[in-house]
Design a protein around this ligand. Structure first.
Ligand code: ADP
Ligand code: MN
Ligand code: MN
Ligand code: MN
Length: 364
């Protein structure tokens, strides 16, 4: 199972030699990154510019062939890329940049999977309430045959129990991918908060936050891009499927921790409770916003088992990991802090999730 990695290790000195070739002063390789027509996967391509960009607005609007990404018809295929956030490039190093982009159609209207556009409007409206988010991105590593990485090829590993936050060769698989991704995020400027091995073997989590407003979606998408890109170097695939293995194996979610300034101040628990009440009145809408297929993906995961609530019911509780919303124990004791919405699917669009939460709880 380490074949790909071994090949890579032999190739590495050679790749490094080319990547350390000096490039002309003031030349920057800018890798434009965008969300494709699935609303779940990312695409990227690179442009050379003859200056060192300090902000995304200095970079040119670009375009791509939307008919090849599920984003346009062949007869009118150009989709525009508008640079919106800049990150340092942990692969090419130097002054080179990763450029997160929004997609726009030929008529300059947001493309169908551009949910950042309205998210940004909502975050601007709620700016005075200083909404913070922390998202816990769970994911599963797959071998090149799409089977979970490190699992026996003709069967299953032992039952769940020893894997969560596990240590040891038969407890966790591909830690080197996780460590490399963590560094890459820190280098790039993604606000990564931590990582842990998850309940199902070869399932992991990284957290981003606390990030204010639109930065939550930006940094989580860039964190996902970095994960796919790092894993590519190891010959490993990343799945964001919310229930990659049916049966007695945990699914993958994207718990979304949320607070406003009022919730974070002394006595803020009353604001947390008010927000939970509003979330309860809008359960069906939130479920629609919490995966790319209006709840169909998440319905395989939110069964009421394996540390989830049922997709049909709304519930909230202190330290309750079987509820839709969990109030962390410490928050209940101190009387202020944040809430955790446990419903979003691992393949959710963080722009849709954070927009829905702010619309429901801050802009009613
Ligand atoms: P869990 O116990 O559910 O596994 P994690 O430690 O994985 O929790 O994730 C908690 C997340 O909550 C982190 O991303 C952290 O940045 C975020 N967070 C902490 N405080 C706040 C806050 N006041 N508002 C929003 N998010 C917060
Ligand atoms: Mn967590
Ligand atoms: Mn988790
Ligand atoms: Mn959680």
């Amino acid at each position: 199972m380490f074949t790909n990695k071994t090949v890579l290790d032999r190739r590495l000195p050679c790749v490094h030699r080319y990547l350390s070739l000096p490039i002309p002063d003031n030349t920057t390789q800018c890798m434009y990154v965008w969300i494709d027509g699935t609303g779940e996967h990312v695409r990227a391509k690179t442009k050379t510019v003859d200056f060192i960009p300090k902000s995304p607005s200095e970079l040119p609007i670009w375009n791509f062939d939307g008919s090849s990404t599920g984003q346009a018809e062949g007869s009118n295929s150009d989709v525009y890329l508008y640079p919106v956030a800049l990150y340092r490039d942990p692969f090419r190093l130097g002054n080179n940049k990763l450029v997160l982009c929004e997609t726009y159609k030929h008529n300059r209207k947001p493309a169908d999977t551009n949910f950042r556009h309205t998210c940004k409007e909502v975050m601007d409206k709620a700016a005075e309430q200083h909404p913070w988010f922390g998202m816990e991105q769970e994911y599963t590593l797959l071998d090149s045959d799409q089977h979970p990485f490190g699992w026996p090829k003709n069967g299953f590993p032992g039952p769940q129990g020893p894997y969560y936050c596990g240590v040891g060769a038969s407890k966790v698989y591909a830690r080197d991918v996780v460590e490399s991704h963590y560094r890459a995020c820190l280098y790039a400027g993604v606000m990564i908060a931590g990582t842990n091995a998850e309940v199902m073997p070869s399932q992991w989590e990284f957290q981003v936050g606390p990030a204010e407003g639109i930065r939550m979606g930006d940094d989580l998408w860039m964190g996902r891009f970095l994960l796919h890109r790092v894993a590519e170097d190891f010959g490993i695939n990343v799945s964001l499927d919310p229930k990659p293995i049916p049966g007695d194996w945990n699914g993958a979610g994207c718990h979304t921790n949320f607070s406003t300034l009022a919730m974070r101040e002394k006595g803020g628990i009353t604001h947390i409770e008010k927000a939970i009440e509003k979330l309860g009145s809008n359960h069906a809408h939130h479920i629609k916003m919490y995966d790319p297929n209006e709840g169909r993906d998440n319905s395989r995961r939110l069964t009421g088992r394996h540390e989830t609530s049922s997709i049909h019911d709304f519930s909230a509780g202190v330290a309750n990991r079987g509820a839709s919303i969990r109030i962390p124990r410490q928050v209940a004791e101190e009387g202020y802090g944040y809430l955790e919405d446990r419903r979003p699917s691992s393949n959710c669009d963080p722009y849709r999730v954070t927009e829905a939460i702010v619309r429901t709880t801050c802009l009613d």
